[in-house]
Each structure stands twice: as C-alpha cells, then as structure tokens.
Write a protein that binds this ligand. Structure first.
Ligand SMILES: Cc1cc2nc3c(=O)[nH]c(=O)nc-3n(C[C@H](O)[C@H](O)[C@H](O)COP(=O)(O)O)c2cc1C
Length: 184
C-alpha cells in the first residue's frame, strides 16, 4: 500500500482475530505514532500494550470498574470479555504535563494524533484495527488501575489484529459540507 492509498482509504475493522501484530509490526506502529505533532516535544502520550494473558487482566480491570459502579452481573461479565475481541489491545493515554505554552487540550490533541497514527500504521501493514472508548475510558478506577492520575486521560483502546475479512473501505465522504473556501 502506498502513502496515497493509506491516507485516503483508512478504515476501521471491528472483527479481529489472531495473529496479532508481530514485534516488528508493533515497533513500526510505535515509530509512526511518535511522529504525532507535538508542541514543545512533550510526548504527552503513553501506550500500554495488552496481549495474551494481559488481555484477561484488562478484562478484570473493566469488570472491577463495572462492579464499582453497580452494574448488573451480566454487564460485569461482558466488561470482562471485551478485551478478548482482538489479539492485542493498546490503551493510549494522555500523560498531562503542566506547561506554560502547551495547554491540556493541545496535549490531548497530540495523543489523539498518536492514536490515529498507530491505527494508520496497523492498516498500512495489512492489519485491522479499531479505536474504541466506551465509558471505561472516562472511568477514574480504570485510569488508576492503568497507572494514570486524574489529570491524565485515556484516549481510547486500539484493538489490533488480523481482519476476519479484508477491511471494507468506507465510501468517500461528501466534502461539500466540510470544506469552505473562504471568499467563494
Ligand atoms: C475517540 C473515539 C472513540 C470511539 N469509540 C468507539 C467505541 O467505543 N465503539 C465503536 O464501535 N466505535 C468507536 N469509535 C469509532 C470507530 O473507531 C470508527 O472510527 C468508526 O466505526 C468509523 O469507522 P472508520 O474509522 O472506518 O471511518 C470511536 C472513534 C473515536 C475517534
């Protein structure tokens, strides 16, 4: 896949199976993510990788959070199983650093760009990936379990694996509502 195709066809894939990314494929994804535009080079993002038995541990973290907020047992069980939807999950967080020139929103935006780049780099290598959040991403218990503070934020969980079928490429968007050439 060349860069033009990558940049104009990226699509998400929710149906993911083994094999997950190889260590080399993962390294390529992290290299891409580290190219996110980064005001003052703070690198305000962290990527926590879950594979194999660690996926079950992430499931336990989700289930515990569901239990804490009083969810029914069926929902607690479902929360436990969510990370098993892919062979590998990357939790992406914004690790906030107080900085006089870089407000929190900019650090969040940088981490969001890094998340997209992770997905782009997965897609470019023939892998499938989908960016998911759910309420877990905003749960303080989940944040704490992942070693984050109240100041930090979870951008989401990138589920990565082999697409069950070739990732369907979504149709092009209607740009008329999106783009306005000022003065025309
Ligand atoms: C911040 C963020 C959170 C998202 N959370 C979810 C989610 O929890 N569940 C889900 O199915 N899709 C979620 N999505 C949407 C998918 O990642 C995906 O973008 C969407 O299905 C459209 O497909 P596309 O990426 O191929 O255009 C989220 C997207 C973003 C940017």
């Amino acid at each position: 896949m060349d860069a033009f195709e990558l940049l104009t066809t990226r699509s998400s894939m929710p149906r993911l199976v083994a094999p997950g990314p190889t260590p080399a494929q993962l390294d390529f994804m992290f290299a891409a993510a580290s190219r996110a535009p980064d005001h003052m080079m703070l690198q305000p993002y962290r990527m926590i990788v879950f594979a194999n038995e660690q996926l079950a541990q992430l499931g336990e973290i989700f289930a515990q959070a569901a239990q804490q907020r009083g969810d029914a047992e069926t929902q607690v069980q479902r929360a436990k199983e969510l990370p098993a939807r892919a062979p590998l999950v990357i939790a992406v967080a914004m690790k906030y650093q107080a900085h006089e020139k870089v407000p929190r929103d900019e650090q969040f935006a940088c981490a969001a760009c890094a998340t997209l780049l992770l997905q782009q780099a997965a897609f470019a290598q023939g892998l499938g990936a989908i960016w998911r959040t759910g309420w877990f991403a905003n749960d303080e218990g989940v944040k704490q379990a992942l070693g984050l503070t109240a100041q930090d934020a979870i951008l989401g969980f990138l589920y990565v694996g082999t697409p069950v079928v070739d990732t369907p490429i979504k149709p092009n968007k209607d740009m008329a509502n999106i783009i306005h050439y000022w003065g025309l």
